[in-house]
Design a protein around this ligand. Structure first.
Ligand code: SAH
Ligand code: MG
Length: 933
């Protein structure tokens, strides 16, 4: 493990990939051939219940004029090619490290570079910086030929790198870089004139006349003017942001125009930030150098020199937060520059919305919201289940984006696979994942992981994440204990933990470290606060932007605790794990209702119920309406940055926001509901659907038994209780128990309307006298559940840990003592069939592999038993408590492999053994009795 960090450092040193190095040396003379590897080396594991199809592997042969090499097999062609190139480099004895100049050499190189930049040769070259030089030749009088030093430091990567060699602090201190350049420029060899007070440089001698002449004629569109949108961010937070239109043209210097917007006469004193947002963007902040700023030429060579300490210019907190660096005074956010390929001016409009989108993309939740194009509705989900159920950017991508935003090193993911507790057979594979490259350190396939009787049904892959600072110090370490069957699941879940914590950090930067620490502990994260303070010190300066986001959850955010529903109820409310598709629109409204502005809408927005992927109140409403119905409700305002990032018309929205008390008005229509994978399979492959067959099976026993009372353990939304009311039975009393409030709420709603209707019509079909729903765990004893005739427990035990399932069995048979108990649970051996038939529907190759290795039917399942496992459990139980047990099932045929899809055990009490003990652990959630209607 200790090697990982050093590897990350090593990988950082050489910026070129092996292929790029080979390409530099040999160009088209390097021939790569990739071939599929037929045999996988460890295929000698006989006696497997299920043969897993191995992913195909690739090997790459690289032919060079001097030699040829063949790589090891890899899962991806790309990796095989890089590995072959790496092998060739080793054989050729090429040294990867580029020689880094010494400080003295760097000074000399800097002088050379400056002389070149001010030469006539560079003036006619195509480079984003040469545009500045050409524009400088069109500046008038004193400014003729003057180029701001900040421009040189910002737009010339070579110059910048040389400055960093002289003093690494240049990375975070533009003024320091400028002093270094000024110091170099002062050397006679440069023949440059330093306009010290104006922070600019110009040539001492005029350029040759022919060069000047060619400049004049080269551009015919000099007078053409373009209007660009920029945002002005006043230094004082009390002043509003302003959207400005600037007129720039190729005939004038655009930096002078921006300088005027900052109320300085010309661009000489302008400072420029690094790019903001996407890597390819040219969006930057422009601001003026502190008034009394003089570049200290002596300071520049002193490694501790900090030029910024000399003045008391106010910090612009909003701009500093945005740029991640210190910005003084007023600032302008603009996206404009000279093109790489032609040197022409280009621009993108920067509106207020651009500003707010950039702002929210600084937190992981914001990145996620933007990727779902649902800034007001989407939230970072609490769990990653499968790729197909995740919407928006994947957790790992979000984490990488985050690190890039803050100029941190790429996070390092390591995957471990531990397939057996037995040290004899145990092995560990450890893979380091970096930017999609897999470096396998040690590994081999484990036969037991493929077999049906894997000891660890949850899978054995674990993933850790490490985050490093700009200087490669470890700043965060997350090692989740949970193991997964699939590598991607392990990776994404680990990444999700990290981004959830970072999100909290950024939203609550001013709250206590203690709170962050306890959250970190919960998420299995270790962090090094001193480095966080170091990396994100600029955040200290910023007033808390996100105050209202985290406060309140669930219905707290609903203003009036109600919503109005339109449309016909059609039954079938979405339940946990299902996907719902809604359309919604959101308006900003003032309390008095006089002003209303559309903010965001979506024609089709899909999300999974129960994983926190949307604001709690939206989910709350959606789970209570049925397909085709619409609901309107008002909610408390989220942080205004979110509203502004969503709004088309930021100006109007801003004015409404500042006009007084506002709220958001949602209108949501439920378009469709897709059941979770298990239900989909059960419905697609069985007719009638498996769930229906289970209920039918139970009903038959209920009818035959002439029972008067029934408890449904783990009743869920009440599918069994519902069916009971459709048929005449002898039952007079029915009870449901579940731990899910949401499921119980649905069951109550259904039972209420059905019982009411039945009673009103006075149907002779059922004799139900009372119905009760209890909330609580079925593993705890409650005397009110004693003495019932029948107990049912359909597809519930696999949702508990195995020891809890056993506890439940013991409690029911020893204390509740029903005459008859029916328990159903999936038959693990049947999964091969289910999964084979759904395979074609899955497009993701990863997903296919997962199915082949036999995953559970539902992500919430803690185990799925084979027939033998279920038998053992049930027989043990029946013997301990004096019951008989019979086995049966639904879906499939008796004694035909691999048995029933759902296996069922029916327990019958041998004799009347009843001991009553008084205790109430369960809470009545809803009760109905024939007398009180
Ligand atoms: N029996 C229902 C629901 C099956 S889904 C049907 O056949 O449709 C499994 C249900 O078990 C869920 O509603 C879940 O909330 C419930 N459950 C899981 N663990 C439980 C426990 N310890 N106590 C009570 N209910 C539990
Ligand atoms: Mg289940």
């Amino acid at each position: 493990m200790g090697t990982l960090q050093s590897q990350a450092v090593a990988a950082k040193k050489s910026t070129l990939t092996p292929k790029a190095i080979i390409n530099q040396k040999f160009g088209s003379k390097a021939l790569y051939t990739v071939e599929e590897v037929e045999e996988s080396s460890q295929n000698d594991c006989p006696g497997l219940a299920i043969q897993q199809k191995r992913p195909c592997l690739y090997r790459c042969c690289l032919q060079l004029p001097e030699l040829s090499v063949v790589s090891e097999p890899f899962k991806r062609k790309k990796d095989a090619e890089q590995a072959a190139a790496e092998k060739a480099i080793k054989k050729l004895g090429i040294h990867l490290e580029e020689t880094i100049p010494t400080v003295e050499e760097a000074w000399q190189n800097l002088v050379d570079r400056l002389s070149y930049l001010f030469s006539s040769e560079f003036l006619s070259s195509v480079h984003p910086l040469s545009g500045h030089f050409r524009a400088a030749m069109r500046r008038s009088e004193d400014l003729y030929g003057c180029v701001p030093i900040s421009v040189l430091v910002i737009f010339d990567a070579k110059l910048n790198n040389l400055c960093k060699i002289i003093n690494p602090n240049v990375e975070s201190n533009l003024l320091l870089g400028m002093s270094i350049v000024a110091t170099a420029a002062a050397r006679p060899a440069c023949s440059l004139l330093l306009l010290k007070d104006s922070l600019s440089l110009k040539r001492q001698n005029l350029l040759p006349p022919d060069v000047l002449q060619s400049l004049e004629t080269s551009d015919s569109r000099l007078s053409e003017s373009i209007q660009i949108q920029v945002v002005r961010i006043p230094s004082s937070v009390d002043l509003n942001l302003e959207s400005l239109a600037l007129n720039i043209s190729s005939g004038s210097y655009y930096l002078d125009v921006i300088a005027q917007a900052l109320e300085t006469t010309n661009a000489s004193g302008i400072l420029i930030s690094k790019t903001i947002g996407r890597a390819s963007s040219e969006t930057r902040l422009y601001f003026t150098a502190p008034k009394h700023c003089r570049l200290d030429l002596e300071q520049s060579s002193n490694p501790l020199g900090d030029v910024t300490n000399q003045h008391e210019e106010p910090t612009n907190v909003r701009a500093s937060y945005m740029a991640g660096q210190q910005v003084y005074g007023d600032a302008v956010l603009a996206s404009v520059g000279y093109k790489w390929n032609t040197g022409d001016l280009f621009h993108e409009d920067v509106t207020l919305q651009t500003y707010f989108r950039l702002l929210i993309s600084k937190i992981p939740n914001g990145v996620y919201k933007l990727s779902r194009e649902a800034i007001l509705a989407a939230e970072l989900p609490v769990a990653y289940t499968t790729k197909s159920s995740w919407r928006g950017l994947l957790p790992r991508e979000i984490l990488c984006t985050f690190c890039r935003h803050y100029r941190l090193a790429e996070p390092v993911f390591s995957v471990f696979s531990k397939c057996s507790e037995n040290p004899e057979t145990s092995y560990v594979t450890c893979k380091k994942l970096k930017e999609g490259n897999l470096i396998e350190e040690k590994g081999r396939l484990d036969p037991s992981a493929v077999g049906g009787q894997s000891e660890e049904p949850g899978g054995a892959i674990q993933c850790e994440v490490k985050m490093f600072s700009k200087h490669q110090e470890l700043i965060l370490h997350c090692l989740p204990t949970k193991t997964y069957k699939k590598e991607t699941d392990a990776i994404q879940n680990a990444a999700l933990k990290v981004i959830s914590w970072l999100d909290a950090l950024f939203k609550e930067y001013e709250t206590s470290l203690q709170k962050l620490s306890s959250l970190a502990k919960k998420l299995e994260i270790q962090f090094y606060s001193e480095f966080f303070v170091q990396e994100f010190k600029v955040l200290h300066l910023v007033p808390n932007l996100w105050i209202s986001t985290v406060s309140g959850s669930g219905d707290d955010n609903m203003l009036e605790n109600s919503f109005t529903v339109a449309g016909q109820a059609t039954g079938g409310l979405p339940s946990s794990g299902s996907f719902v598709c809604i359309s919604y629109s959101v308006c900003l409204v003032t309390e008095v209702g006089s002003l209303k502005e559309h903010v965001e809408s979506n024609e089709e927005f899909e999300f999974e119920i129960g994983n926190g992927g949307v604001l709690p109140f939206i989910e709350g409403v959606v789970t209570q309406i049925s397909v085709g119905q619409s609901a309107s409700f008002r909610v408390e305002l989220p942080p205004k940055e979110f509203v502004l990032a969503a709004a088309d018309d930021a100006l109007t929205t801003l004015s409404i926001l500042s006009s007084g008390k506002c709220s958001l008005e949602y209108c949501v229509t439920l378009l469709r509901v897709t059941e979770p994978l298990e239900d989909r399979m059960e419905q697609a492959l069985f007719s009638p659907p498996l769930s229906k067959q289970r209920v039918e099976y139970a009903l038959q026993h209920i009818r035959e038994s002439c029972a008067l009372s029934l408890v449904d353990f783990g009743c869920g939304s009440g599918s069994l209780l519902d069916s009971l009311l459709n048929y005449p039975t002898s039952l007079e009393k029915i009870v449901g128990v579940d731990i899910s409030q949401k499921a119980l709420a649905r069951a109550a709603k259904m039972l209420h309307s059905k019982l009411k209707a039945n009673a009103e019509m006075n149907l002779p079909t059922n004799r139900i006298e009372s119905a009760v729903l209890y909330e609580g765990s079925i593993t705890s004893y409650d005397s009110r559940l004693c003495g019932f005739d029948i107990g049912t427990c359909l597809e519930v035990i696999e949702h508990m840990e195995e020891h809890e399932a056993s506890l439940f069995g013991d409690v029911v048979l020893s204390s509740f003592c029903p005459m008859l108990l029916i328990i159903s649970t999936p038959n693990y051996e049947y999964n091969v069939i289910l999964q084979k038939s759904t395979q074609n529907q899955e497009e993701d190759p990863d997903e296919k592999n997962q199915l082949q290795s036999c995953k559970f039917r539902n992500d919430d399942h803690k185990f799925e038993w084979t027939r033998a496992q279920f038998r053992d459990w049930a027989i043990g139980l029946s013997e301990r408590h004096n019951y008989n047990v019979e086995f049966s099932g639904v879906g499939g045929v008796v004694d035909v492999e691999p048995g029933f899809a759902s296996q069922i055990a029916v327990f019958r009490r041998k004799e009347d053994t009843k001991k009553l003990e008084m205790a109430h652990h369960l809470e009545v959630i809803w009760e109905w009795s024939k007398e009180n209607i």
